[in-house]
Design a protein around this ligand. Structure first.
Ligand code: SAH
Ligand code: SF4
Length: 434
């Protein structure tokens, strides 16, 4: 989500005539797009900022902007802490960057953190690759998970219209992009805030309807979406993914904890049994589907036995990938002020044990690819071996094979898998034999 915001803001800057500078110390304008999901992300901002604030004393015309979630959370107080900053702007204001910068160039110090209706994107994002692209479908989040700062900083849900989403995808198709990932914090909430109800009484615009509406955009060969919330994940959505050929067989559905008591105290609104049923249903329709998720260890009050329930879930499901994190208390969230905070030692011990199991299970999952022919969308040269290119399978496994990037970039290549590792594969191209 942050990357997508960065690309849009970089697009606006380019449109204003700015050029990208490799070395931040050469830049006349520095924009930090910040993350506050965990404390260590937030601390990084202050260390970068300190260095540039110093430079401003020698170069007074340097413009320093702090955007994103730390900016939203800290607002004015960020200016008091680092007075060299010219502008603090929350994530909802990303599309307004040009107007806001004009105010800075007029001599104002600007704070843009009030909740607003997000304007449709007017500028072309400066995308990092020419093969895959992010497309926002819903901003914000109306959930209230007790550990999470996102609703405080990204505001309430705001869906883009299906027409705006489709037209952005059509433009991407015309530009030669092959893969789109539709984005939302809780993408299953898509459309809840748009007008329209069907004769059967459900919202007219759901994620499933959106997928049917955009799946045939010319040029776009693959569609992914993230992040799914187990509370809202429906069989109708699973059926759509099984039915629509461009929808990739990969699902990112964070479970956070494998223990019902912890899930309740996290306010997640589902049980581990429900989560298991979702995965079972996905595997009924798509036996080979890849499953990834996020999990938190060391939530306040989590006992050893409760943590072991998370291990058990990971053992039973067999994730292809799992993003793990030690719980980090966030300002303005309920769980941050609860008494039963666990020590850093306990948290890091649990994190290590979980990561160990994740790697074992991912390696097991990789075995199924051995000898198989997989469709790989080539994105880049392998930075560690220039004779190889790299891309992803439909199931989202990073895959390397020998080839020339000039010739293969953006191509869908059939690759026979000859080597498997926990999180990546190696193979040989067999496309020419087809
Ligand atoms: N909207 C998504 C993810 C949001 S944040 C969802 O609901 O799943 C991405 C991940 O960061 C979360 O899935 C969670 O695992 C992790 N995370 C969020 N807040 C955290 C915190 N306070 N401490 C540790 N990890 C956290
Ligand atoms: Fe945070 Fe929960 Fe919303 Fe995800 S669903 S962004 S974890 S509050």
């Amino acid at each position: 989500m942050n990357k997508a915001d960065s690309e849009r803001m970089a697009g606006i800057l380019e449109d204003m005539g700015f050029e990208w500078s490799e070395d931040p110390n050469d830049a006349n304008l520095i924009l930090y797009n910040t993350c506050t999901i965990r404390d260590n992300a937030e601390q990084k901002v202050y260390s970068y900022l300190g260095r540039q604030a110093k430079r401003k004393h020698e170069q007074p015309d340097l413009t320093i902007v702090v955007a994103g979630c730390v900016a939203q959370q800290e607002g004015e107080s960020l200016l008091r802490r680092v007075p060299e900053v010219d502008m603090v702007m929350g994530p909802q204001h990303a599309n307004r960057l040009k107007d806001l910068l004009q105010q800075v160039f007029d001599g104002n110090q600007v704070v843009a953190t009030e909740p607003i209706h997000i304007m449709e994107d007017i500028t072309k994002p400066r995308r990092d690759t020419t093969v895959t692209a992010w497309v926002n479908v819903i901003y914000g989040c109306n959930e209230r998970c007790t550990y999470c700062v996102v609703p405080n900083v990204r505001g309430v849900e705001q869906s883009r219209t299906p027409e705006a989403i489709r037209s952005e995808m059509e433009e991407l198709g015309r530009q030669g992009y092959k893969e789109v990932t539709l984005l939302g914090q809780n993408i299953d909430a898509y459309g809840r805030d748009l007008p329209g109800v069907t004769p059967e009484g459900r919202h007219q615009h759901t994620l499933t309807d959106l997928l049917y509406y955009v799946h045939d955009v010319p040029g776009i060969e693959r569609i992914r979406f993230a992040t799914s919330h187990p509370r809202y994940f429906t069989e109708r959505l699973i059926k759509a993914c099984a039915e629509l050929p461009k929808l990739c067989e990969h699902f990112h559905i964070p479970f956070q904890s494998g223990d019902n008591e912890v899930l309740k105290r996290m306010s997640r609104g589902y049980t581990h049994e429900k989560y298991r049923r979702i995965i079972d249903t996905i595997r009924q329709y798509m036996p080979d589907a890849s499953i990834s998720a996020d999990a938190i260890v060391g939530f306040p009050g989590e006992t050893e036995a409760q943590f072991e329930n998370t291990l058990k879930l990971v053992e039973d499901i067999g994730f292809d990938q799992l993003n793990t994190a030690a719980y980090s208390p966030r300002p303005g969230t309920p769980a941050a002020v609860w008494d039963e905070q666990l020590s850093e030692d306990v948290k890091s011990d649990r994190l290590q044990r979980l990561n160990h199991l994740v790697a074992i299970k991912a390696a097991e999952r990789s075995q199924r690819y051995m000898g198989r022919i997989e469709e790989v969308l080539v994105e880049e040269q392998n930075p560690k071996d220039k004779t190889q290119v790299m891309g992803r399978t439909r199931g989202n496994r990073l895959t390397f094979f020998t080839g020339d990037i000039q010739e293969l970039k953006g191509q869908l290549v059939n690759v026979k898998i000859t080597e498997v590792r926990a999180f990546s594969l190696t193979g040989v191209s067999v496309t020419s034999d087809q």
